[in-house]
Design a protein around this ligand. Structure first.
Ligand code: LLP
Length: 402
């Protein structure tokens, strides 16, 4: 049991808290599901890019899935070896590509023919060979929120099968490219197995057709996407997930790479915010808290549900309330019509499942400093990011005042 009250008193609010032991358990369960196969779990750094969180995964033997050179640098700084780092993303610029090649990461995951040619050119300039994989878009509906669905031809990610084949042939014939992997990622917060199996089967068929023309790859990268329980979702068991992927791979001897983000961190994280006031009008009850959409954007952006727990002495009846922050936007809410007891100033609300896409999607909107981040491990609490101050916020501007 986490003593939120004590931690909030000591570290103030709003506050992110991450249970690293929970992350370890999730990592081990997924790794174990791929037992008997060569596999790499490449933690999707975007889910929670705090250096101490990445280091925690590095210590567990994880790789990293990165989508900017900033994330690659974070991963290396946190101790993930370059040979377990993958660099994906639809729009890498030349400097990013160059640095990734120089850092000798496992491979660059290429998302268009134009990008492949760019990578080839830069590798040639550097007089080296760049390992690549191609992100294939299998045109499968992952049955998740449209904003986090990525494997349909209407999405900007990856290339269709025919373009991918052309790209592999180009790479194979190039002196500066070495095609080593194939990648797909159909979406995030997946709760159905069928689309994963279908996508894996399409991509595995493609692998077989590449083998037939002497293009032998080493890595089969199934992306991330494993869903978690925010509310009452029925989630996929890691074992069943691994079986679905492995059954598509029958007869093929490759290292499976999986890029989980949310599965490893979401339910390890809590966002703790303090009640400032209650206010009511004839239609609505509002609970105004000190955290806001600049701290945790998911409800505003996706209408996402997060379970909310009240830490209070109150034992009144439940009534529905909108939980809102101080930011000047009607979209600044954590929940609408959420059943809560009557609350007093300084009571706490703990927003669950906040360990993934929480802090990282935050901003300084309304000149609000970002929250502090805290890690719990073996019962010990440790600050892993200081609360931002006003000075931090203006540091890059103040010298330009005339
Ligand atoms: N690999 C690739 C290529 C990805 O694009 C993503 C996530 C992942 C791995 C990790 O996916 P995960 O295992 O976490 O589902 N901000 C949204 C989620 C965006 C996910 C983007 N890509 C949210 O708050 O739900």
């Amino acid at each position: 049991m986490i003593n939120f009250k004590e931690l909030a008193q000591e570290y103030k609010t709003p506050l992110y808290i991450y249970d690293l032991d929970y992350m370890t358990a999730q990592y081990n369960e997924l790794k174990q599901a791929f037992k008997g196969r060569k596999s790499i779990l490449a933690y999707a750094v975007k889910a929670n890019s705090n250096l101490s969180v990445i280091k925690h995964f590095a210590d567990l033997g994880s790789g990293a899935d990165c989508v900017s050179i900033g994330e690659v640098r974070r991963a290396i700084l946190a101790g993930i070896p370059a040979y377990r780092i993958i660099f994906s993303g639809v729009g890498k610029n030349d400097d990013e590509i160059r640095e990734a090649i120089q850092k000798d990461i496992l491979y660059i995951n290429v998302e268009s023919e134009a990008e492949l040619k760019r990578v080839e050119l830069i590798a040639k300039e550097l007089d080296t060979i760049c390992r690549i994989s191609v992100r294939v878009n299998p045109n499968i509906d992952p049955k998740t929120h449209p904003y986090i669905s990525t494997g349909l031809h209407g999405n900007k990610f990856g290339v269709d099968i025919n373009s991918a084949k052309r790209m592999y042939i180009l790479a194979k014939n190039s002196k500066n490219l070495d095609p080593v992997g194939i990648h797909f990622h159909i979406g995030s917060q997946l709760t159905e197995l069928e689309p994963i199996y279908e996508a894996a089967a399409i991509v595995a068929d493609m692998l077989r057709s590449l083998e037939a023309i002497d293009i032998e790859l080493k890595f089969f990268d199934v992306g991330g996407g494993l869903g978690i329980k925010y509310n009452d979702e029925i989630t996929i068991k890691p074992y069943d997930y691994a079986q679905a992927v492995l059954s598509a791979l029958k007869g093929l001897d490759l290292t499976v790479i999986c890029e989980p983000g949310r599965f490893l961190t979401a339910n390890a994280g809590y966002f703790v915010t303090k009640v400032l006031y209650e206010k009511k009008n004839e239609q609505k009850r509002f609970v105004v808290v000190d955290g806001a959409m600049n701290d945790l954007l998911r409800p505003a952006l996706y209408d996402a549900y997060h379970k909310i727990e009240a830490i209070t002495e109150s034992d009144s009846k439940l009534s529905k309330a909108d939980i809102v922050g101080p930011v000047c936007e009607s979209g600044d809410f954590f929940a609408k019509d959420y059943p809560l007891v009557d609350l007093q100033p300084n009571d706490l609300l703990v927003i669950h499942s906040a360990g993934a896409y929480g802090f990282g999607m935050g901003s300084n909107y309304n000149t609000r400093g970002r929250s502090a981040e805290l890690a719990l491990k073996g019962g010990e609490a440790r600050l892993i990011r200081k609360r931002e101050t006003f000075e931090d916020l203006i540091a890059l501007e103040k010298d330009f005042l005339d």
